[in-house]
Ligand binder design. Structure first.
Ligand code: SF4
Ligand code: SF4
Length: 198
């Protein structure tokens, strides 16, 4: 392996089915960067050598537990990197941040532990990646109903009349119950012997 590369927590070795090991990038959907022993002529050096992720995270106190750096290496020449956040990725409809300056001063910041201690990291990265590519991460979210969806249940016509009548009936029933209670308590006071002595 090229030892001139900046160490990176996302660059990992994995066994290959047919024997041997591959080097993958966990920030890039576990894309294969090289086969161990055959690093020459592959794009490991090009992709990792131009990657801003390890430099931004290693030793940086602003790196946060919730940071989800992503690399898109389908085009190794360009291979953009984004520093997405597991809490805030969905509120950014445009491009995600390309550095971690926006983490400074964030009230949700938490110290970043070693990668292996973060649960469900790859699944989460996958969800964020899907959101970036399609605008949908498969999660149900609250949203206002559109007027077309509301129309079949619109509160008009006989629905409105029925609602008003129901409210009037309820109001009359309450008043009748109140009266009943008052007259009952009045009768019980007058039958109290202490009332006779008054
Ligand atoms: S592409 Fe970047 S994030 Fe991925 S292993 Fe290389 S240096 Fe690390
Ligand atoms: S510091 Fe805030 S914005 Fe940055 S990754 Fe952490 S929670 Fe997200």
């Amino acid at each position: 392996m090229d030892h001139n590369l900046t160490p990176c927590e996302f660059r990992q070795r994995r066994p290959l089915a047919g024997g041997g090991e591959e080097i993958v990038c966990l920030a890039a959907q576990s894309a294969q960067l090289a086969i161990v022993g055959q690093e020459e002529g592959n794009h490991l050096a090009a992709v990792c050598g131009s990657c801003p992720i390890p430099g931004a995270i290693a030793g940086n106190p602003a790196a946060c537990l919730f940071l989800r750096p992503l690399r898109f290496i389908a085009d190794p020449e360009r291979a953009p990197a984004y520093f997405t956040c597991r809490w805030y990725y969905a509120i950014r409809s445009g491009e995600q941040p390309t550095d971690i300056r926006w983490c400074q001063g964030c009230r949700d910041w938490f110290p970043r532990p070693p990668l292996e201690l973060i649960q469900g990291y790859e699944e989460e990265n996958e969800r964020i990646r899907r959101f970036m590519l399609t605008g949908d991460d498969g999660r149900a979210r609250f949203r206002w109903a559109t007027s077309e969806e509301v129309a079949p249940h619109a509160f008009t016509g006989w629905r409105r009349i029925r609602f008003v009548l129901q409210r009037w009936v309820m109001l009359l029933r309450l008043r009748w119950q109140q009266r009943q209670r008052r007259s009952t308590s009045g009768r019980s006071r007058s039958s109290d012997p202490s009332d006779l002595n008054a």
